[in-house]
Structures are given as C-alpha cells and as structure tokens.
Design a protein around this ligand. Sequence first.
Ligand code: 6PG
Length: 478
Amino acid sequence: ARADVGVVGLAVMGSNLARNLARHGHTVALYNRSPEKTRALVAEHGDEGEFVPSESLEDFVASLTTPRVVISMVQAGAGTDAVVDAVADLLEPGDMVVDGGNALFGDTIRRTQALAARKLHFVGAGVSGGEEGALNGPSIMVGGSEAAYETLGPIVESIAAQVDGTPCAAHLGTDGAGHFVKMVHNGIEYADMQLIGEAYDLLRHVVGLSPAEIADVFREWNTGELDSFLIEITAEVLAHVDGATGQPFADVVLDEAGMKGTGTWTVQTALSLGTPVSGIAEAVFARALSSHRETRDAVQAAFGVSSGSATPVPDDVPGFVEAVRRALYASKIVSYAQGFDMLSAGAAEHGWDLDMGTIARIWRGGCIIRARFLDRITDAYREHPGLVSLLTAPVFHEALDGAGDAWRDVVAAAVRAGVPVPGFSAALAAFDGARRDRLPAALVQGQRDLFGAHTYRRVDREGSFHVLWGEDRREVRA
Ligand code: 6PG
C-alpha cells in the first residue's frame, strides 16, 4: 500500500481532480468501473505524478495507506450510493469516503449516518470550478466531522485555488454542510447568469448593440466592481463567431437553457426553509420558460412575436448602458444577500455553525461565481460578525442607494419594451419590499382571519386576535 489518496470515478471531473492531486505530490490510487478510462488517464498523464491504477475495487482499496481516503467523483444519486456502498464494504474503521459530486445535502446527511454506524467517516465536499477548476484549483466546500477534516484538510487545501496565499477550501460544518453550501453556490450561480443574460438582452434589444459591442461593454465592466469570472466568460461567448455561418455564436445557439437540477434543489430547499430567494427562483423559472417551446410557439402564434427591438433607442446611450451596469450590480447584491440569508436559515435548521465570512472567502477563487465582489462580502462579515442582512453592509450602501433611479429606469424601460427582466425586477421588488414601512401583508392577514379564523396580531397590543366576521364583528382575543 502506497497511495495516500484514491479517486473513484474517472470521468472528466474525477480524472482532473486526480491529476491535480498527483501534481501536488500525492500518490493517487485510481479506479474506474470501465478500466479503459483508468488506462487512458495513466497513458496520457502518467508523467504528471505518482498514480497507482487498479482494475478492481479490492486492489484499489489495498493500494491505499491507512487511514484510507477515497474520493468519489461519480454521478449524484444512485451512482453515488452504489460506489459508497461498494467501497464501504472494503474499508476498515477509521477510513474515509469523500463525495466530491453535486450530491443533495440530505443524501449526504443520510450517508454520513450510515457510514458512521460502521465506524467510517463520510465527508460531503462541494467542488466548484468545472473541469478547469478541478485540474488547476477548485473551490472546495467541506462538510463532515472535524476529525475527518484533520486528515482531509491538508489534502484539499493543497489542490484548491489560492487567493492571496489562502486556499479556497475550508471545513464549513458537519455532515451535509459542505453540499448545502455548494447547492446555494449553484443557486447564486444561476441568478448571476440570469442577471447577466438580462443585461445582455437590454443592451441588445433596447439599446440595439451588437454581440461584439456588448462583449466590449462586458470587458469594460469587468475592470470595475462587477469584475468576475462569469462577466469575463460572457464577453468571450459574445465575441465568438460561429465557424459554420459567420454569425455571432449567440445567434446560432438554440435559446433553450438546460439545467441539471441543483438550482431547482436550492429553490425547493429555500421554500421549505421559508427563505425568499426570489432571484434564484426567477433564474430557474426563466430557464424552464425558455425550454417550454410549445408554450412559446402557441403564445407567439396567438399574440405575435415580440423582439423588443421595435422600441426607441434611449437618447443617452452611454447613460443607459451605465444604468444597466448599476442595476446589474444592485440586483447582484440582492441575490447574494438572499443566498446568504438562506445559508443562515439552513445553518439554524441543521445545527451548523456556518461562518459566512469563510464561505465568501473560499468563493473568491476557483469556483464559478468567483469575483472581486466576494472580498467585500468577506470584509463585511469580518467587520460586522452579526450582520443581519448583507443589504445593510456599509460597503454596499452606496451601490444600492445610488442605483435607485437607474434600477427603476432600467426595469421600466425593459417592461415598456417587452424585454423580460424577471431577475432585475425580482431583486428590486425584494429591496423595495424590505424597505416598505407597511406591507399589504396586513391585508392578507385580514383575509386569512375572515375566511379561516387564522387570527392576526395588532400593531398596538400584544396577543393574537380574531374578528367575529359572521356575527357582530367584535374583536376577540384568540
Ligand atoms: C460548479 C458548477 C457545476 C454545475 C454546472 C452545471 O460549481 O462547478 O456549479 O457544479 O454542475 O454549473 O449546472 P447546470 O447544468 O445545472 O447549469
């Protein structure tokens, strides 16, 4: 036995993670169900470090020094259960299985308990950064026990992205905490992508800029407070020209967005926690709407096709472009504030001691939502550990307060042009909702009391009350 860490599942993410480990001096045991992938990895990249390939799970486990650390990089769901069960059968007390896939955190909690009963460690670790990140430095959100992290920490910290000399990997909480945080990361990723898409749509169909011109706008934005990986790659996608037709690539791609389900999980979980993540929800629904081709065709046939381009171009184009930038930044702040609210709610529900500053810190590099902006969030939590909402962090005050008119102008212009901006308007509504002195929720309480005697509380007295609506409309204490 000589490998200090093993990787099971050698599709792109798994083999890139294995190579990353080997490049950082680890001796990496390899196993894949079909041995061709294992052989290909060793043939093509065997010179990058020390690999110990096996063609049976027994040999793979035997090639690891104890306590064994086995990282599973297989599909979430049944695939992960199959691998975890098969590996666990061969392990000894004290060994560890790490799930680096996009598992649902509830499954991770269940697997942690099942393996603990067999005296095995199970660690759910969210790995973000796609194929490139897995190879060159991902962001790694680690759950599981403190004891497991003592062994695993040095391994993941050695292969994670580094920002300012600190690794973008940390132990965030017990059992499913790592996968929970990764799930919220993905939800925020969806919201960021949707907001950027809406900004593009406005610049294209309200302002009338070409994809190449919009690429330049995004490149410019990427030098300021919006500086982020997603803005950078958006410019790259927009500047790309289709080889076959010579058309902008953005115009030849079918406008039906796919999704593998992590955004949906985020929203489902937020609904059960009662946390409004409207920006993430709108992003998931916008992808769903885009893919409902039949509905789109039927509505277009019934009402005519709208392209948004028929609306007059704003008089002050640079001013409008700047307004879109401000609206995008303000909406992004709201969507992150909602994401962090959800992290707090999840922590309270599951008994995790999530440190928001640490989460923002390990999202600064490696992951899909990496951005300069996350430094500000880290600082905000460091300076104000009890921060109730990111919206109130002094670093964002100017961006939210100053965006007011621009935000409203942009949403109004989009609405008039028939360009849907569910992300921008949901964010603005969330901000306005939080700022209102009185919300129509009072009326909803009245309606609930009338039809269902659900009771209400008063502004001027403690207690719960009910009006005898069907009788003399006296108020009684409930
Ligand atoms: C990451 C990503 C990744 C996710 C893809 C695709 O952090 O590296 O979040 O885990 O699988 O982004 O997600 P969708 O297919 O749902 O868009």
